[in-house]
Write a protein that binds this ligand. Structure first.
Ligand SMILES: Cc1cc2nc3c(=O)[nH]c(=O)nc-3n(C[C@H](O)[C@H](O)[C@H](O)COP(=O)(O)OP(=O)(O)OC[C@H]3O[C@@H](n4cnc5c(N)ncnc54)[C@H](O)[C@@H]3O)c2cc1C
Length: 474
């Protein structure tokens, strides 16, 4: 029996396709990374079907690529080898449980941010998850596996830090759980004190197994949420001020971006040009409290730092969100209600890419300033985005490029991204959601024993090399 017939037997012919249109649709994403068609697309509905697909892939030595919506902006679901089976997990979209006491949600990989937000609002209104600038139809599980960043990351860190445990179909077909759920399916409260095997799946871009369940921490929804806008000049001054603000521990989140992005998010139609004397960056600051007075006190703390004379010539400015909303209307109100439609301004063209990194706070300003010069040199819109992470233990920055996908522009994008990455690596920044070309550059500079260990773990888990081979450039 051929591959397609075997897959038909496992999931039913309605959920298998080797037709050219489907293979084409799964062959590319928005980035400049080169496309490659899978041989066939399959949509399993449960763990047993995934185990059978994995078994088939081992027998036939066929690569498997886990896929949910392909919106990772890193080329991470584009097969690196020909004749792959694309395993689309959208049908596994159940929210299996919300545990109010231990505050976690147990979800399948197809659950989206929009889906989770709606469910919590309706059934557990005192709890919240954390939401990205990404489209609401993208996967919560994939985002956590990729160690992404959302609107509580300034306080609580990257999304992998929200994970209590996972259930995974290993590349050899066994189903394994990590974390406290090893003592039973009612028990997904945490990862410790145990060998932390979530690390075998976190950040691996689908190379070490297919995650079929994930428990994710929720947080109490505070009764009062306040926002403010901070406008700043210059990269060093901006990152230093953000460090000071976050270290007061009053902030839940801070999204800092080039002023052009802020203007677009507030409804100014592109192209948005810089005007003489305008600030370079705008930051959405989010904070919360049990009472209005608490949030106002927190805002006062921030204002005291912003208005301190030590900022001298750089003249930062803090504006209450009410004033911004009065000026800009609905657009300002909807921006702060994640997951919002703010992502739309990033997806106006068929091309979207970025070089994004996590970085030491000391190198943040210099990395940003250098990146800005590179983007300007290559003639792209300036769309920098940065976020203080995990209470300011480290920072995030990325340079976003929206582009029409014609051959000349794609080549310009490649050159710009390569230069941005080299510059980021010079600052010891670690790229995230790392495309293969970028992973190769990182590996060339990384401690070789780390790279050896990664390869050995992969070979141990996946002796036939079937899981998303070629990712991470290995
Ligand atoms: C406009 C825009 C804005 C964005 N903003 C943000 C942002 O603010 N913060 C942020 O963090 N991200 C952001 N993203 C990136 C992205 O949307 C998220 O990371 C997203 O949640 C990925 O989900 P997906 O369904 O697209 O995953 P996919 O792209 O389908 O998969 C991502 C990776 O995970 C692997 N994978 C998927 N499912 C599994 C599984 N079950 N088991 C093992 N491996 C698996 C895949 O093989 C692939 O390597 C943005 C994207 C866009 C387009």
């Amino acid at each position: 029996m051929g591959l397609v017939d075997c897959l038909n037997d496992i999931v039913g012919p309605k959920y298998v396709s080797d037709r050219v249109p489907e293979r084409y649709l799964y062959s590319f994403d928005m980035t400049e990374n080169p496309p490659q068609r899978p041989a066939v697309v399959v949509m399993p509905e449960n763990v047993k079907e995934i185990q059978q697909i994995v078994g088939l892939a081992n027998e036939t030595k066929t690569p498997l690529v886990p896929f949910i919506t392909g919106q990772n902006v890193g080329g991470l679901t584009i097969p690196q080898e020909p004749d792959a089976i694309m395993v689309d997990l959208k049908r596994m979209d159940r929210i299996l449980r919300v545990d109010d006491d231990a505050m976690y949600a147990l979800v399948e990989p197809g659950v989206t941010f929009g889906h989770l937000r709606k469910f919590l609002d309706e059934h557990h209104p005192s709890l919240r998850y954390t939401y990205p600038l990404a489209p609401p139809f993208t996967s919560v599980v994939a985002n956590a596996l990729l160690q992404g960043l959302c609107d509580l990351s300034t306080r609580h860190g990257a999304m992998a830090d929200f994970v209590n445990g996972v259930e995974v179909v290993l590349p050899t077909g066994e189903v394994v759980r990590t974390g406290s759920s090893i003592l039973g399916d009612e028990n997904w409260f945490g990862r410790y004190p145990l060998p932390d095997l979530f690390g075998l799946f976190s950040g691996w871009q689908g190379m070490t197994g297919i995650v079929t369940k994930m428990a994710l921490q929720l947080w109490p929804k505070p009764p009062f949420i306040e926002h403010a806008a901070l406008f700043t000049f210059d990269e060093e001054a901006t990152t230093q001020l953000l460090q000071g603000l976050v270290r007061t521990q009053v902030l839940d989140d801070a999204d800092c971006m080039s002023l052009s992005l802020v203007k677009m998010l507030l409804g100014v139609p592109p192209p948005v040009h810089a005007m003489e004397g305008e600030p370079d960056y705008g930051t959405l600051l989010s904070l919360s409290g049990s009472t209005k007075i608490e949030t106002q006190q927190k805002l006062k703390t921030l204002r005291r730092i912003v208005e301190s004379p030590e900022h001298g010539l750089s003249r930062p400015l803090l504006i209450d969100w009410d004033a911004i909303t009065a000026l800009m209307g609905d657009q300002a109100a909807s921006w702060v209600d994640f997951p919002s439609d703010a992502f739309k301004i990033l997806t106006e063209y068929d091309g979207l890419t970025w070089v994004g990194t996590y970085i030491h706070p000391r190198n943040w300003g210099a990395a940003l300033a250098g990146g800005r010069r590179i983007v300007e040199k290559h003639g792209f819109e300036l769309m920098a985005f940065l976020k203080p992470m995990n209470g300011m233990h480290y920072g995030e920055f990325k340079f976003i490029i929206r582009f029409p996908k014609d051959e000349t522009t794609v080549e310009r994008v490649r050159l710009c991204n390569e230069e941005l990455l080299d510059h980021a690596l010079d600052q010891n920044a670690i790229p995230y959601k790392t495309p293969v070309w970028a992973a190769k550059k990182l590996i060339a500079r990384a401690d070789p024993e780390f790279v050896n260990l990664v390869k050995r773990i992969r070979e141990m888990l996946d002796p036939n090399g079937i899981m998303n081979p070629g990712r991470w450039g290995i």
